[in-house]
Design a protein around this ligand. Structure first.
Ligand SMILES: Cc1ncc(COP(=O)(O)O)c(C=O)c1O
Length: 364
C-alpha cells in the first residue's frame, strides 16, 4: 500500500546535480512554515506578509543594484517590484509590461536562443513575436545579431546565467544598443542573480538601459519554493501591469497570480536576512571553486568540458554512461546539444561530486 501523503518524504538532495532548486536555509524553512496560509495578494487582510514583501523587494533591490540607483530610498521600493511565483512569472510579466507600454500592433521581443523557455510561454500567452537571435560559439548572445534585430522591438532580453551553460550575455553592450534604439532591456538573472554581485560582471541596474530584472530567491537565494522576483527601474513598469481589484480593500494588483505564497515571501526575507551579503559571497566562492575543480577532474578524464563562468559545468558524456549514472540515482540532465550539465547548487559538495566521479569511472 502507498504511504499517505503525510508519511512520504521529499527526495533528498544528495544525488541531485541538475536542479536549480536547493535545500532552503533553516531560517527560511522556519519562516515559510509560519506563513503557509498568509496571502500577499490581499495586503489589506494580511498586513504582516505585505510588510515582509516590502522587505523582500528591498533586499532584492540591494542585490540587483536598484537600491543604489534610487539613492537608498528604500521606503518607496515596493512600487519597483514584487515576489513572483518564480522566473517564469517574472519573465512573463516583464514581457507583458513591455508589450503594454510599447503600444504597437505586433509587438516583438528579441531574445538570445539561450533564453529560458519561459519566454516562449510569454510569447504564446501574450501574443507577441519572439525573435530569437543566435549565441556565439561560447554561448553568449551575438551582439551584432541583436543590433540587426532591435529596431522595431518592444523589449530586448539578456540572460545573466543561462540555464544550460551558466553564461552571462555582454549586458553593457546590449544596454548601449537598447538605449540607442529606445527599447527597454530585461535581464533574466533568475538563477545567476545571487552569484553575480560577487562575480565581477556588469549585469544589474548599475548598467544604464537595464529596465527590469528577474532574480529568484527560490534558487541560489535559498528561500522556499515558490519565491521569484521581478524588479523594475521605473514604477511605470508595474503600473502597466496593475488591474483594478474591486472586491479587495486595496485598489489594484500588479501580480499575475491572485493568491500568492506567503511562505515564499517570508522565507525570501529570512534567507536574505541571514545570507546577504557575506553568506551569498561565501557560497559563490565555494561553488566556483568546486565547479572549477570538477571541470578539471572531467578534463583529466579526457572529457570535453565547457569552461564554467558561473558554477554550472556542461560536459560531453556518452549517452550510455549518462543513463548508467541516472540508474545509480544521480539526477543529471542534458543540454539541447546533448552535453551533461551539473549545477553546483548549495547542496552540491566535494563529497557528492567525488562519489559521482567514482561512479563515472566505474561506468566508463
Ligand atoms: C535563466 C532562467 N530563467 C527562468 C527560469 C524559470 O524559473 P522558474 O522555473 O522558477 O519559473 C529558469 C529556470 O531554471 C532559468 O534558469
Amino acid at each position: 500500500m502507498q504511504p499517505s501523503a503525510a508519511e512520504r518524504r521529499p527526495r533528498s538532495f544528495d544525488r541531485v546535480l541538475s536542479s536549480m532548486c536547493t535545500e532552503p536555509h533553516p531560517a527560511a524553512r522556519r519562516a515559510a512554515e509560519r506563513f503557509l496560509a498568509s496571502n500577499p495578494g490581499d495586503p489589506a487582510t494580511y498586513g504582516t506578509i505585505a510588510e515582509l514583501e516590502r522587505e523582500a523587494v528591498a533586499a532584492l533591490a540591494e542585490i540587483t543594484g536598484l537600491a543604489h540607483t534610487l539613492g537608498g530610498d528604500a521606503a518607496d521600493v515596493s512600487s519597483h517590484g514584487y515576489v513572483t511565483a518564480g522566473g517564469t512569472e517574472s519573465n512573463i510579466q516583464a514581457v507583458r509590461s513591455a508589450r503594454e507600454r510599447a503600444d504597437v500592433v505586433d509587438p516583438v521581443v528579441v531574445a538570445p536562443d539561450s533564453a529560458h523557455f519561459s519566454f516562449h510561454k510569454a510569447a504564446s500567452v501574450l501574443g507577441v513575436e519572439l525573435r530569437t537571435v543566435p549565441t556565439d560559439g561560447d554561448g553568449r548572445v551575438d551582439v551584432d545579431a541583436v543590433a540587426a534585430a532591435i529596431d522595431d522591438a518592444a523589449l530586448v532580453v539578456a540572460v545573466a546565467g543561462s540555464t544550460e551553460y551558466g553564461r552571462v550575455d555582454p549586458i553593457p553592450a546590449l544596454a548601449d544598443l537598447a538605449v540607442d534604439a529606445d527599447v527597454p532591456l530585461h535581464v533574466d538573472a533568475a538563477w545567476g542573480g545571487f552569484h553575480l554581485p560577487f562575480s565581477g560582471h556588469d549585469w544589474g541596474f548599475a548598467v544604464d538601459g537595464v529596465e527590469t530584472v528577474t532574480i529568484d530567491p527560490h534558487k541560489v537565494g535559498r528561500a522556499a519554493v515558490p519565491a521569484g522576483g521581478l524588479l523594475a527601474r521605473d514604477p511605470a513598469t508595474l503600473d502597466a501591469l496593475a488591474v483594478d481589484t474591486p472586491y479587495l480593500e486595496t485598489a489594484s494588483q500588479a501580480s499575475l497570480t491572485g493568491t500568492r505564497s506567503g511562505a515564499g515571501v517570508a522565507s525570501a526575507v529570512a534567507a536574505t536576512d541571514a545570507l546577504w551579503p557575506d553568506g551569498y559571497r561565501r557560497e559563490h566562492e565555494r561553488a566556483m571553486e568546486l565547479a572549477t575543480w570538477f571541470a578539471d577532474e572531467l578534463r583529466g578524464r579526457g572529457l570535453g568540458v565547457v569552461d564554467p563562468e558561473l558554477p554550472l559545468v556542461a560536459f560531453d558524456l556518452p549517452r550510455a554512461t549518462f543513463e548508467g549514472l541516472r540508474e545509480r540515482g544521480w539526477r543529471l540532465s542534458r543540454t539541447g546539444a546533448d552535453e551533461a550539465r551539473v549545477v553546483v547548487m548549495p547542496h552540491v559538495t566535494r563529497e557528492s561530486l567525488s562519489a559521482f566521479l567514482d561512479d563515472l569511472d566505474e561506468l566508463r
